[in-house]
Every structure is written in C-alpha cells, then in structure tokens.
Design a protein around this ligand. Sequence first.
Ligand SMILES: Cc1cc2nc3c(=O)[nH]c(=O)nc-3n(C[C@H](O)[C@H](O)[C@H](O)COP(=O)(O)OP(=O)(O)OC[C@H]3O[C@@H](n4cnc5c(N)ncnc54)[C@H](O)[C@@H]3O)c2cc1C
Ligand SMILES: NC(=O)c1ccc[n+]([C@@H]2O[C@H](COP(=O)([O-])OP(=O)(O)OC[C@H]3O[C@@H](n4cnc5c(N)ncnc54)[C@H](OP(=O)(O)O)[C@@H]3O)[C@@H](O)[C@H]2O)c1
Ligand code: HEM
Ligand SMILES: Cc1cc2nc3c(=O)[nH]c(=O)nc-3n(C[C@H](O)[C@H](O)[C@H](O)COP(=O)(O)O)c2cc1C
Length: 1053
Amino acid sequence: MTTPIPSPPAIPFLGHITAIDKDLPLKSISLLAKQYGELFEINVFGSKRLYANSYALQNELSDEKRFFKKIHPGLEEVRVAAKDGLFTAKVPAEENWYIAHRLLMPCFNTAAVFGMYDDMLDIATQLIQKWERFGPSEKLDPAQDFSRLTLDAISLCAMSYRLNSFYRDEAPEFVTAMGEFLIECGRRSLRPGLVKAAMVNSNAQFMKNVKIMDDVVTAIVEDHRKNPPTKPDLMQTMLTGVDKETGKRLEEEQVKVNCLTFLIAGTSLSRMLTFMCYYLLKNPEAMRKLREEIDTTLAGRPFTIKDINKLPYLLAVMRETLRLSPTAPNRTVAPLENTVIGGKYAVEKDTLLNMNIYTMHRDPAVWGEDAEEFRPERLLGEKFDQLPPNAWQPFGFGLRGCIGRPFAWQEAQLVMVMIMQHFDLVLDDPSYELQIKQTITIKPNHFYIHAIPRKDRPRLSVGQSVPALIGKPAEASPGVATGAANLKPLYVLYGSNTGSSESFAQRLVSAAPSHGFHGSLKPLDLATEHLPTDGPILIVTASFEGQPADNAKHFVEWLENVNAPTGFVGVQFAVFGCGNRDWTVTYQRIPTLIDRVLAEHGATRLAARGEGDASGPEFFDSFDQWEKATWKALGEAYDVTTKTESVGLDIKVSSGSNGRAEVLRQRDMAFGTVVSSKVLTAPGAPPKRHIEFELPEDMTYRAGDYLAILPLNPERVVKRALSRFKLSAEQEVEISSAVPTSLPTSKPIAIFNLLSGYVELQQPATLRDLEILLQAKNSDASTAALKDLVANYASKVFTSRLSVLDILEDNKDIDVSLSTFLQMVPAMRIRQYSISSSPLWNPQHVTLTLSVVDAPARSGRDENFLGVASTYLAGVQPGHKVQMAVRSSNAAFHPPSDPTVPMVMVCAGSGLAPMRGFLQERAEQKKAGREVAPSLLFFGCRRPGEDFLYFDSDLKEWTELGIVDVRPAFSRCISDSYECRYVQDRIAHDKEDVNKAFDAGARFFVCGVGKMSTGVKASMLTLVKERTKTDDAGAQAIFDKVLKGRYATDIFE
Ligand SMILES: Cc1cc2nc3c(=O)[nH]c(=O)nc-3n(C[C@H](O)[C@H](O)[C@H](O)COP(=O)(O)OP(=O)(O)OC[C@H]3O[C@@H](n4cnc5c(N)ncnc54)[C@H](O)[C@@H]3O)c2cc1C
Ligand SMILES: NC(=O)c1ccc[n+]([C@@H]2O[C@H](COP(=O)([O-])OP(=O)(O)OC[C@H]3O[C@@H](n4cnc5c(N)ncnc54)[C@H](OP(=O)(O)O)[C@@H]3O)[C@@H](O)[C@H]2O)c1
Ligand code: HEM
Ligand SMILES: Cc1cc2nc3c(=O)[nH]c(=O)nc-3n(C[C@H](O)[C@H](O)[C@H](O)COP(=O)(O)O)c2cc1C
C-alpha cells in the first residue's frame, strides 16, 4: 500500500510558484519541509518535483543503482554557459562527461593537489597582505575577498593563469557576471517559456554575462596555448590529454566549458570559508579552541603540506560548517525505474527528486535536538567516522560527487590557518544574525568583519604599524572647547544587550573630559586580545542567564582561557556590573568574573568592582557611587588635576535629519511595515493588542525569537519637554560633541525628532541627576524639594519612577540648559518582544502580542504613565514603518523539531506570545498532514470575557484541531477555573495530566514575569516531591537532573 505524497494547496495553472521565494528558495523549501515532513510535492507550471528532507531518504536516494543525478530546470539554464561541462552534463547521454571525468579525476587526486600547494600559498598570502594593509578599522567583506581568493587560486593552480583579483579595487568583472548569471538562472527556471521569451532586457543582460565569462575563459585558454607553463597543469591535460578508453581528446569548446565549470564550482569554496568565519565569530568557544589547536600544534611556524589533515579540530569546524551550511544546499536525482521510496511513496521513473541537504543535515534522528547549533565536537575525530552512512553529504555522492573536494579541503585548511595565525577576527556588527543569499549555492549576506593583526605575530607586509580596533580615543570635533590635547586616554568598554550598561558607559565617556581624560567607547568584544595598557580601562557589563551579553562573548571566552599568570600586567582597570538579584545563582556573574580574572593575571584594579541591581531602587545610585570613587582613584593614579570646564557638548540651533539606529549603535535595525493592529481585550480592561508586521527584506525568524523595536517617545511626553525648555517642535539643533555620544552630531536635527527618538524621557532620575539639579541656579523652595528627593530617593524617585523631566516641571525655576538635560537622560533603548507567530504561517510576516503600559503613574502625576515602546506600538497604523530586528532567543526556547513531542506551556497575559507562535507552527504541521502530539497550555488571565486572549479565534481552532488542550486560570474569576487563581495553582489542580505529559516525554516552556515563573517552578517541585516521595532538596536535585534540557523559561524583569 502506498501513501499519497503531501503537497501544499496549489493555484490553478501556476501550481506552487507562489509557495517558493524566488530570491531565497531555500527558505521556502525548509519551511515547507518543517510543515510537511520528510517528502512533499511541488508543481511549477505543470512540472512536478519532489523534495526529500529526512536522513532516511537521503540515505535511500544515495543508491546509484536506483537513482541518478538529473539536471533540474535551474541547471538547464546554467547549461547556456557551462553546456556539457562536468557539472551540468547529462549522463549517460553526453559522452563528453565520461572523457572529461576520466581525464581530470587524476588531476584532482590528493597527491596532485599537494603539488598545487605553493600556488595556493601564493594567493592566500595576497589575502593576508590585503587584510594587514587595510588594518583593523577597515570593514572587510569576506564573501568578496574569498571569491577573489578561490577564483585566483583555481585559475593559478589549475590553469597557470593569474587573474590578479586582489590587485583590483572593484569586484572582478567575472565574479559580478557570474553572480548575476547564476541568480538569473534560478529565476528563469521559475518562468513559463512565454514569459521568459518576453523578458527582452533580462535576456540581453543574461547573454551579456555569458559573454563576459566566455571572454575570460577564452583569454585563459589562449594564454595557455601561447605560454605553456613549465610544469604540467590541469589545463594542459584538457588541451592535450587523450582518453585511454575512447582514444578521444576534448574539443576546444569542451576545454572552455570545463574551465568555466571549475571557476563556477569553485564559488562553493569561497562560500564555505565565509560561513566558517561567520560560525567561528558567533561561537567564541569554537574560535578559541581552533586557535589554541593551531597555536599549540604549529607553534607559530607556517602551515605546510605535512600539516594537511593533521589538525582535528580544524577539520571538525570545516565539517560542521558544511553540515549547517552545505554551500550547494540541494541537488537532484531521479529514479531509474518506477519505485517506492520511504517504504510508502510511489515515485515514477525520471521524476525530479530534490534532495534538500540543508534540511537533511539537520534531521534530529541523526543530529539530535541541538541540530541547529554549531558544535564541531559532534564531528570531531572518530565521531565523524561513526556517522550513519551518507549522513554528511555537502560534496554530493557517487559518480557525480564533487571532483574538486581534495582541492577545496586543502585550500580551506591553509587559508583558515593563515587567517587564525595572523588575525583576531571581530564582527563589524556584533548583533549580526545570519542572512543567506542564494544562487545555486548559498552565502552569508551583508556579513562584514574586521581583521585585527595579532599582537604576537610578525606581520607579512611592511607598512605603518597597525593600531588595535579599539584605537586611541578620537580627536574632539572641531569647534568644541575641551582642552582635549592635554587629556589622557581612557578606554570605556561595555557588554550590553538592552542598553543599560552601554548607557552607563556613555556617561563615563561624556564625563571623562571634566576628569582630565579623553575617552573612547567600544563593546568588549573589540578589545579581545587587545587590552590597551596606555590608559585606564573602565568596563561596564551585564550578565544574561549567567552568560555574557552578545557583544562581550568573545572577550569573556578569551579571558576565561588566559593561562599566563602575568598576562595582564600593565592593564589598569575598574569594573561596574549591571545585574538583577532575581537571578540569584548567577547574579553579577560576568562582571565578577572579568574583575577577578584581570586581577588574578596581574592587572591593576584601580577601584573596587561596583554592582547595580536593576530590580532595586539603588541601581542608578550604585553606579553614581562607583563612578565617583572611580574618578577619584583615576585622578590619584594618573595624577590628573586639570579640570576642563566644558562638558564637551555644544548645541547650535539650525536644520536637517538623522540616522537613528546607527547613532544609537543598533545597526541591525531596518524598517518593517505594519500590516494590521487590533485590540484583543474587552473595553475597559488593560489593553492588549495583536500587531502584524511585514519584516524588512532578508530578515528571517523562528517561532520563539524576539523582535527588537526601536521606539519613539509618546508625543505627549515630548511636548512636555519642549514646553519645559520653551522650545518649538519646529526648531532644529546641531550638536557637536568632544566625546563619543549617542546623540546625532554635526548635522542639524529637529528638536522634536531628537527628543522623540534619541533619549529616554521617563527613566527615574538618578542621585547624580539630583546633584546636578541642585548645583543649577535654584530657588530655596526647589533646593528644599530636591534635598527631600535625595533623602527619600528610594520611595520618592526610584519606586515612583520620578523622571528628571517630572522634577523640572514641578520646579520650574531650576535653571538647566537643554544641553545639560540631554546629558542627564539616557540614550533611547530598544525593547524586545516575543514573536507570537510561526514562519510556517508566513515567513515574511511576524505578529506581536502586546501588553500596553498605560496606567496611573506611580509618581501620582495626573496623567497616566505611558510605556515608551508599547504606547508607540499601540499607535501604529497599517502602512507605518517601524525600525526592527529579529534577535534570536535562548536556544532551548523553540518548539521541538519533532512535532510528535508533546509540550506543556505555562504563561500569563502577553506571556502567551511565544506559545501562540509554537501552537501556530504545530497547527500548520497538522494541517499539512503530519502527526502532531497534543499539548497542554496553562494560561493565566483575569476573566473569561476580558483578557482570555485568542480564546474564540486561534485557541478555539487549535483546540478543535486537537493540538492543544487549554487550561485557564482566571485570577479575578476563580470560580471559572476550579478555584485556581494563578497558573501555578492550575498546574497543581491538573497534576495528573502534567504527570502524564511528562511521562510522554513532553518539553516544558514557561513565559512571563519572574514572580510567575518562580511560582510555577515551586508548583513543579511539589509535583516532583509527590511523585518521587522525596524532600525539598531531593526534589530540586531531580528537577535539575531530569528536566535539564526539557524545561525552558523566557522570563522578563
Ligand atoms: C525577552 C523579552 C520578551 C518580551 N516579550 C513581550 C511580549 O511578547 N509582549 C509584551 O507585551 N511585552 C514583552 N516584553 C516586555 C517589553 O519588552 C517591554 O518591557 C514592555 O512592553 C514595556 O516597555 P515600554 O517601553 O512600553 O515601557 P517603558 O517605557 O520601558 O516602561 C516600563 C517601565 O515603567 C515601569 N512602569 C510600569 N507601569 C508604570 C506606572 N504605572 N507608573 C510608572 N512606571 C511604570 C515598569 O516597572 C518598567 O520599569 C518582553 C520583554 C523581554 C525582556
Ligand atoms: N518573553 C517575555 O519576556 C514577555 C512576554 C510577554 C509579556 N511580557 C511582559 O510581561 C508583563 C506582564 O504582562 P501582561 O500585562 O500581559 O500581564 P497581566 O495581564 O498583567 O497579567 C496576566 C495574569 O497574570 C496574573 N499574575 C499576576 N501575578 C502573578 C504571579 N505572581 N503568578 C502567576 N500569575 C500572576 C495576573 O493576575 P492578577 O493581575 O489578577 O494578579 C493576570 O491574571 C508586561 O510588562 C509585558 O510587557 C514579557
Ligand atoms: C567547499 C567546497 C565545495 C563544495 C561544498 C562542493 C560541492 C559539490 C557538490 C554537492 C557537487 C555535486 C552536485 C550535484 O550532484 O549536482 C559538486 C560537483 C562538482 N564540483 Fe564541487 N564543491 C566544492 C568545491 C569545488 C571546487 C573547488 C571545484 C573545482 C576546482 C569543484 C568542482 C566540481 C565539479 C567539476 C563538479 C561536478 C562533478 C561531476 O558531476 O562530474 N567543486 N560539488
Ligand atoms: C533574560 C535575562 C536574563 C538575565 N540573567 C541575569 C543573570 O544571570 N545575572 C544577573 O546578574 N542579571 C541577569 N539579568 C539582568 C540584566 O543583566 C540586567 O537587566 C542588566 O541591567 C542588563 O544590562 P544591559 O541593558 O546593558 O544589557 C538578566 C536579564 C534578562 C532579561
């Protein structure tokens, strides 16, 4: 008995054409695979193709007795240029493939490739020299430089021809033509014949690109004929070799198309190198281990032929890179006869079967639940040998497998070792998340890095000495009186995800001139391996679940592994940590670690570590105290007595615009578009909204990810500030700053825009702010009021969230300038929201489930307190543009990749957001015919008719679909929820079902405020205690052990 092959709903005539993203087919195919499972069918204009997605099918289809490579429509288009070259030839029909294959296989065997080593080294050295000469501040485009590298290496090694791509500023014409050609091949393959013929301009450009490529290979072949190399090469074999079996030679045309084939096929290698840099940069531990292996094994000497395949961790990194990003992500085969695959799907002879290697390489059956993670250890040494057959297939298989594999393997090792030996790599944008660009291969898009020459390495090129990326503090901007020439350098480094530490760091830099220093401001990662010793270093950093912030990961990884006991002698430092005591076990873990390790390895601690608890009223005060003590210590240590008058900020009223995300150092932000927004709650209840956005181009997401939003202040609050400073919304200012600032400088900006978008106007005033206000011109009444606030800071300012603006409004006679005010208020922060949709519903759209903060102000002011971002989002209309970026969440907080694994989800209020995304994903899978386990959803809200979100829409539909069983807890109507007030009470009430779900292997997800999560955990511990008849400690131990990896929380402060 066979089973029908699942297929998405189709549009008449067009079939599934709209189901496939024309620029990134891989995205659509992977999402369809997630939805439909191991095999699905797609029809494009009547042409049918199957997509196989599981390891089991990968293994089955790798049987050349039953299946053989078939040229798919995309490759048909590539044949316009590459004809019957090795890669695109139709076998067995085209005899030229056999001749070329037999002649060229020996040219690519391992021994032959060893012989290419010197030429490879020659080209790799050009790359290293280029990066060295450009220096650490140059933003490098690795994808482009690796394209230069591989093209030049292949043409020199195989054809003795120098393309000299590194000697041209522009991308080589061949690379551009090839890129455009390959993209167009993909697009043409999705167009019906008539449409294709009608696209005259595209066709002309397509043929122009074919000609550019053809001219290059013609030049190479002619040059080779005129100047035959002294040592035989692959081109020589193509031009003169005779096939032993047929006695035939390759025609000139065949030589050219194969020459072109190698140049095209070589792009896979450049892309692999780019992905490797990406994965290493995103995984500091792997980067460190690789570098350690290279430094220990080679001890600084150059990599030689003898070292090839001798660095096991390097090989594991290469394998893992190609597992997660097989640069040729799919290939096609067809059955030689009518057959049945997967034991149940009937497939006719010659049907196009697309092997989705990208998804197959993530099959949890082979790679486990952490398949999405980059973990070279899984492919280290014998682990690689123990893989099930055909599980790792980035190079294809069998007769049509990659002929260039030994070449690629050797070149990749040489290049990565040279890079690691010469540079510390850092991301240009630490928050960069992988974006993929696809032709027939894939590569990271918009991926930029900096290469900082390693201090301990001799440089290849002779030139100016290169400063580290964190460099010396910049000169003051012209026209700002600071006495900067007399100031000493100061380095302020931060590790920050949501902006508090960065904002404190900014304050230090701003204040530096008045303490005799001139500061530079950079994320900690940029100081990895490069801690300056010519000035004090002030570090402000946070912890997240005990881990460093995203822009401090490399730094901390490096620090934790420094061995030399005196490694930091000469470094002078002080650390301030931002943390939150709700994270009891890992409170201040990262700042403490940095402070300890630096001191233990010989660095001089200038001031005692400071710590701020974001959950308490002393947060800002702790920083102020620490700052005061630290400046004092710095003054003594550096004998700085001069105090410059200027605070370094100068404002001129004039006209212009901004570049907000860049200035606020949120460079991954881009504009998304609002699609719709609706209220989910009953009138009168605290509002919750459902908002749908179209994501900016190239942004992708997973269910459970966050959407970071760069908001604008509520208009009402901005107007309050304008009127307090007696300014008009239409006036413009021009800011100059002697120190790095998160305000827009040196170009005019409307005051309204400045106050709306660059600063937080509603943060509680700090004690330092109060001091500044006290020093300003004041009346006696204001001075008394300010002193009262200082004396009762916790209750009257912090807890009631009294802002500087509130205080200035209440005390109209306090005389401060706009400039002073702007230096008191922190930079605008991004806010994160759990995405409440799944890409299986719509990969380009996301939804948020938003709780709007609009409540009587704790300060007792007349008007309600309006949360910045939630008010901003509550006010957006369809068509509005919003600055946003997808940020990945905790790796464990995603739905299990196997939909038959049940979930127990616990949440309250808008904590439902990620759970809705999980359930939507499962609903799409179920509707696609997959087996989906039923899940339990514990949801806390006030009353059934008030804020039971999605109750009569999605939750109803998904309950009827059988994928979820909803267990509400109505906190203000307990009679409707079995007297359970909160979700933790409902868990206790429904313990039998929770136990059953646990026994069925369920994964647990909890989302909401800290207190709820604590309550839920307590409830779970009680369950464990009852089940196992143990005491509290025993229950905790069992909980930690048994639920490790099965219990994920997403908690907000
Ligand atoms: C990982 C993560 C995921 C999140 N996901 C979601 C989500 O899916 N949906 C969602 O709605 N939110 C979510 N949040 C919360 C969200 O990021 C914002 O914190 C929230 O929207 C408030 O931001 P805001 O700018 O509107 O308020 P802000 O301007 O930042 O004001 C909030 C601050 O004001 C204080 N405050 C609150 N009420 C008053 C009052 N009456 N008077 C004075 N002060 C007051 C609060 O204590 C808080 O300190 C998430 C948070 C995190 C960390
Ligand atoms: N991933 C995230 O980090 C994330 C996701 C979504 C939302 N949020 C944020 O979470 C905050 C609260 O969200 P909200 O406004 O949606 O919630 P809400 O509507 O105020 O509360 C939802 C329910 O939780 C109950 N509750 C209160 N304290 C509880 C406790 N200790 N244990 C269990 N239940 C409790 C409430 O009961 P009573 O009011 O009757 O006491 C109510 O029934 C918002 O600031 C929102 O921005 C964060
Ligand atoms: C990391 C680098 C590389 C990867 C991941 C890779 C991957 C692949 C894959 C998957 C195939 C099979 C395609 C199919 O079945 O349709 C293939 C074929 C091929 N590759 Fe590579 N390749 C790489 C580098 C190279 C290099 C550097 C060259 C040449 C110098 C090369 C030359 C070829 C050729 C000629 C074929 C066609 C073989 C045939 O069918 O006869 N590849 N490659
Ligand atoms: C998801 C999450 C996890 C956190 N984990 C910790 C922690 O383990 N230890 C700690 O001291 N603080 C923890 N905090 C608190 C932050 O470190 C604190 O809010 C800090 O001010 C954030 O700094 P930033 O704004 O510079 O990123 C956590 C906060 C969040 C949102």
